[in-house]
Write a protein that binds this ligand. Structure first.
Ligand SMILES: C[S@@+](CC[C@H](N)C(=O)[O-])C[C@H]1O[C@@H](n2cnc3c(N)ncnc32)[C@H](O)[C@@H]1O
Length: 246
């Protein structure tokens, strides 16, 4: 179902190496880069809308430096978070001294919950990097309590902005990085993207039903008046969907 044509031969260690090198500046991007700030603003507001009145246990899968883990912990969630990158985890721990979040260095497949299940799982901009997305989704299903929610953000294969991003990266690669500098470096490591329908079908096959979906423009965040047009299915570079375990 997913776009396997994008699959590169990049192995796990190269992906972790890339994210290790990003760790030092990752949290700062949410403060400085308007694209990250916009993504945070929209996903945080989605989390507020879907959150039950009594927060429970949450798992942040592929947590990076723990920006969303801290957001949930500040709202009373009991948060566990894991990431494949050691540097991301070390930075997350250093940035979360005032929170009691459990951070673990693990991949989606090596993470061991020791029988713990969760009311909420986040997989934000991570599913496109995992080795086997179906295995990851199956694991999320097992880790969720009945009626629990899975919040996933992924690149939008149907979105014009995403296609343009891919074209820019293609030109960069064809020009041996002489054009567009280091633009879209992360695309080297992404293994797949999904149309909203493809992800819905995949999730349904694994016992999860869509509840909500929001679209994110990704690269373009200005002018602000344009956002309501760009943050739509056929334009947006990414989307964030909420699935419920049936
Ligand atoms: C684009 S970052 C997103 C980080 C965070 N979720 C956020 O939204 O700020 C993707 C993260 O997924 C992690 N990752 C990639 N593959 C993974 C895997 N198989 N298991 C766990 N984490 C993984 C990377 O190390 C990286 O920190």
């Amino acid at each position: 179902m997913t776009d396997r044509s994008q699959t590169s031969m990049t192995d796990r260690s190269q992906i972790s190496e890339f994210f290790d090198s990003e760790a030092g500046q990752w949290s700062e991007r949410y403060a400085r880069d308007p694209r990250f700030a916009r993504r945070f603003e929209k996903i945080a507001s989605l989390l507020d809308r879907i959150a039950p009145s009594v927060p429970g246990r949450a798992l942040d899968a592929g947590c990076g430096t723990g920006v969303f883990s801290r957001y949930l912990a500040a709202r009373g969630w009991d948060v566990t978070a894991f990431d494949a990158s050691q540097e991301m985890i070390e930075t997350a721990i250093a940035s979360s001294q005032n929170f009691s979040i459990e951070f673990i260095q693990a991949t989606d497949q090596s993470y061991e919950s020791h029988g713990q299940t969760f009311n909420l799982i986040l997989s934000l901009s991570a599913l496109e990097y995992v080795e086997d997305d179906e295995a990851a989704i199956q694991k999320f299903y097992q880790l969720l309590k009945p009626g629990g929610l899975l919040v996933v953000s992924v690149p939008n294969k149907a979105g014009m902005l995403r296609k343009m991003e891919g074209m820019v990266f293609g030109i960069r690669t064809a020009s041996c990085d002489r054009l567009f500098g280091k633009r879209g470096e992360y695309l080297k490591f992404q293994k797949r993207q999904y149309t909203p329908l493809e992800l819905d079908i995949l999730m349904r096959q694994h016992g999860m039903k869509k509840k909500r979906c929001i679209f994110l423009s990704g690269g373009l965040v200005r002018p602000r008046w344009l956002l309501p047009f760009l943050e739509r299915r056929w334009w947006a570079a990414m989307y964030c969907a909420v699935y419920e375990k049936k």
